[in-house]
Design a protein around this ligand. Structure first.
Ligand code: ZN
Length: 169
């Protein structure tokens, strides 16, 4: 089941302006054009992506805050995407849910994969990277769980086994 994930990062980032290179990905042609400005042929390019509540896939350069791409709104998915172009083709090399500002669950990756499939992009070489986020109940630090060790990286408190970020929708 799909969920909407609200922004859980610091408030000061909510005032970021819309990234200059933000692209709403509507076709392979639009993506190809965007990529050709970023990298040479056959050179992998990692970008930030979000899927908005109305299923729009948007990308911007990697350093961009996800929340700048949504203007504070929630996401169906967020993370990073590695792309590569050659001639008129775009290949997806990697997709993750790595966003420590929205902390979406691994299940959100399917939303991104479906949109990419619908665009008829080449996903045969795509590696999917799933990250698990937890909020420390003691010190409120956002943790990325590594090696299934459910302990806070800051205060060592036990982390819940289940995803524990609030989302109003
Ligand atoms: Zn902690």
């Amino acid at each position: 089941m799909e969920k909407l994930y609200s922004y859980v990062g610091p408030r000061n980032l909510l005032s970021l302006s819309i990234p200059a290179d933000l692209l709403r990905v509507v076709s392979v042609a639009s993506l190809l054009c965007w990529l050709q400005k970023k990298t040479s042929a056959s050179e992998p390019c990692t970008a930030t992506y979000i899927v908005s509540r109305d299923r729009e896939l948007k990308i911007a350069e990697r350093q961009t805050e996800h929340v700048a791409c949504t203007q504070g709104g929630p996401v169906l998915a967020a993370g990073e995407m590695t792309l590569q172009w050659f001639k008129n083709q775009v290949q997806v090399l990697g997709l993750s849910n790595l966003s420590t500002r929205f902390c979406p669950e691994p299940a959100c990756l399917q939303v991104g994969l479906t949109l990419l499939e619908n665009l008829k992009l080449d996903l045969t070489g795509c590696t999917v990277y799933a990250f698990d986020f937890r909020l420390c109940p003691e010190c409120q630090t956002i943790n990325v769980v590594k090696n299934q060790e459910f302990y806070c990286s800051v205060c060592d408190a036990a982390l819940p086994l289940h995803w524990n970020f609030e989302h109003p929708q």
